[in-house]
Design a protein around this ligand. Structure first.
Ligand code: PXP
Length: 248
């Protein structure tokens, strides 16, 4: 298949993490989102966690008002988050597993075991016009279940691949990359739109960006950190450059 242009979604959660460390208003994640938009982000991703550890309800309201690019609202499958999503009707929702004790979203959602409940959960979101994505491991069972419940998109969790790459565990990295490659193709053949994200950096993005079925990458932590050194716009521009080069 001919690769299409790969979209870049910028996750601005960790601007809010830094803000919340002091409890004031700065740095403002909405300002970061507008800068990311100006730097060529195709979308903005924000995760309203149940414990509000970074993004807040007010941040989401302000993002909905301020953005001209699509907002991808990351959320746990809870009644509270469903009500918030239905109130704002963001362009996209991404359903993620959430544990209080984790530092970040560690794994993909267990869809196969919760198929009925999740099918009922996402139906109103789809009816409201939100594109529903499920954050998922590169696992055929989970992908088939995501397809059966009516999700339009799956986002493949790239964390294990990125960790193995960063730690120089090359066999593990290649094994994870093999699974991601195979499952991107499998999901695409089922008719799902395929996204990927978690842990991506300049060093490990290229093998994911070359996968022709992948339509969007969502990247946060590394780019917000890199922005300290080169500024947010240039940090995003470099990621965009690497993605475009991989796709060329
Ligand atoms: N995609 C999803 C579904 C996520 O939960 C996260 C982390 O919040 C990301 C992408 C971005 O991961 P990172 O911050 O490691 O780039």
């Amino acid at each position: 298949m001919t690769p299409n242009k790969l979209r870049l979604g910028i996750n601005i959660d960790h601007v809010a993490t830094v803000r919340n460390a002091r409890g004031g208003a700065a740095p403002d994640p909405v300002r970061a989102a507008l800068m990311a938009q100006a730097a060529g982000a195709d979308g903005i991703t924000a995760h309203l966690r149940e414990d509000r550890r970074h993004i807040t309800d007010v941040d989401i309201e302000r993002l909905v008002d301020a953005l001209t690019v699509p907002l991808n609202f990351e959320m746990a499958a809870t009644p509270e988050m469903q009500a918030i999503a239905l109130r704002h009707k963001p362009h996209a929702v991404c359903i993620v597993p959430e544990k209080r004790e984790e530092r970040t979203t560690e794994g993909g959602l267990e869809v196969a075991r919760e198929e009925n409940a999740l099918a009922h959960y996402i139906a109103p979101l789809r009816d409201a016009g939100c594109r529903v994505s499920i954050f998922i491991a590169a696992d055929q069972r989970q992908i088939e279940a995501a397809h059966r419940i009516g999700a339009q998109v799956i986002e493949l969790h790239t964390g294990a691949y990125c960790d193995a790459d960063a730690e120089g565990r090359l066999d593990a990295r290649d094994k994870e990359l093999g699974k991601l490659t195979e499952m991107a193709e499998f999901a695409h053949d089922l008719g799902l739109e395929v996204h990927a994200g978690h842990g991506l950096t300049y060093d490990c993005v290229t093998p994911i960006a070359v996968l022709p079925q992948v339509m969007e990458l969502n990247i946060g932590h590394f780019l917000i950190g890199e922005a300290i050194f080169r500024g947010l716009g240039p940090a995003i521009a470099e990621m965009r450059r690497l993605m475009d080069a991989a796709r060329a």
